[in-house]
Design a binder for this molecule. Structure first.
Ligand SMILES: NC(=O)c1ccc[n+]([C@@H]2O[C@H](COP(=O)([O-])OP(=O)(O)OC[C@H]3O[C@@H](n4cnc5c(N)ncnc54)[C@H](O)[C@@H]3O)[C@@H](O)[C@H]2O)c1
Length: 264
């Protein structure tokens, strides 16, 4: 018998929980028994996620956070402790990709670079900074950071995004030995291309969608399958994993991409 992936009694924070992968993760963590703090800069999206969870008899509350602001990350962690008594799981998921604004280094406004790094990379650091002491008090925990296939195999032309995700992958590895001393595991997920609002430029165009479909060994991904991996990483079933950056990308980074992709 394997170890259960149940999270009864656990408290989880999901940033960017108002949409896409974060919403699916918050729902899956709650379905596994965790009480969930849904942090997002989009209050309506976060409230909708909470409704979905409570409507399915789960426990969750919404909290406004801009993860690029350290004090707001601190307030999210404090609100979670005040509401549920501690923190055991942190899914750092909030992130932005701005094709068109982000680009090749000489063409990109430095302010765009700063903002992408502030949200994706610094936001991940800030939430770890404030949540880890609470996990220590709780006797241990699990952090799941959200990197990307682009941390391993950039498409090119999204230099800010790729650099932010590469930074998250290395931050994950670098934190793991120190965190491990307190019973805290730190892993990252690197999805391929998932059907979320972030990827409407892919899903909204049949030819582009077909090319991306061919680039994944077993076809395109949905948010729920990534959420299953988050629950696994949050649970003791993954106790052997820390400092891991998991390519959960249906093979996107495992083989040479079809030439068709070069057209886009
Ligand atoms: N969709 C994919 O294919 C894919 C692949 C690899 C990695 N990712 C990563 O997964 C994460 C979620 O992506 P998604 O596809 O669900 O995108 P999404 O746009 O659907 O959701 C992102 C969420 O983050 C929130 N957010 C944005 N900026 C924020 C900020 N400053 N503070 C707090 N919340 C903020 C948004 O309001 C939104 O609710 C991102 O980190 C993204 O880079 C996505």
């Amino acid at each position: 018998m394997g170890t259960s992936m149940e999270l009864d009694g656990k408290v989880a924070i999901v940033t960017g929980g108002g949409s896409g992968l974060g919403r699916a993760s918050a729902q899956a963590l709650a379905a596994a028994g965790a009480r969930v703090a849904v942090g997002d800069v989009d209050d309506a999206g976060a409230a909708e996620t909470v409704e979905l969870i409570t409507g399915a008899d789960g426990a969750a509350f919404a909290h406004h956070v801009d993860v690029s602001v350290a004090a707001e990350c601190e307030a999210l962690v404090q609100a979670t402790v005040d509401t549920y008594g501690g923190v055991h799981v942190l899914h750092n998921n909030a992130g932005v990709a701005w094709p068109g604004r982000d680009g090749f280094a000489p063409d990109m406004d430095p302010a765009t670079w700063d903002r992408i790094i502030a949200i994706n990379l610094s936001g991940t650091f800030y939430c770890c900074h404030f949540a880890i002491p609470e996990m220590v008090l709780a006797g241990g925990g699990s952090i799941i950071n959200t990197a990307s296939s682009m941390a391993h195999l950039p498409l090119g032309g999204l230099d800010g995004y790729a650099a932010s995700k590469g930074g998250i992958a290395l931050l994950t590895k670098s934190m793991s030995p120190s965190a491990g001393r307190s019973g805290i595991r730190v892993n990252a997920i690197s999805p391929g291309y998932v059907d979320t609002p972030m990827n409407q430029m892919i899903w909204g165009n049949d030819a582009v969608k077909h090319a991306f479909d061919l680039g994944h060994a077993t076809g395109l991904q949905d948010a729920e399958e990534i959420a299953d991996i988050v629950v696994f990483l949050a649970s003791d079933a993954s106790r052997s994993l820390t400092g891991a950056v998991l390519n959960c990308d249906r093979g996107w980074t495992a083989f040479k991409q079809p030439d068709l992709l070069r057209e886009f």
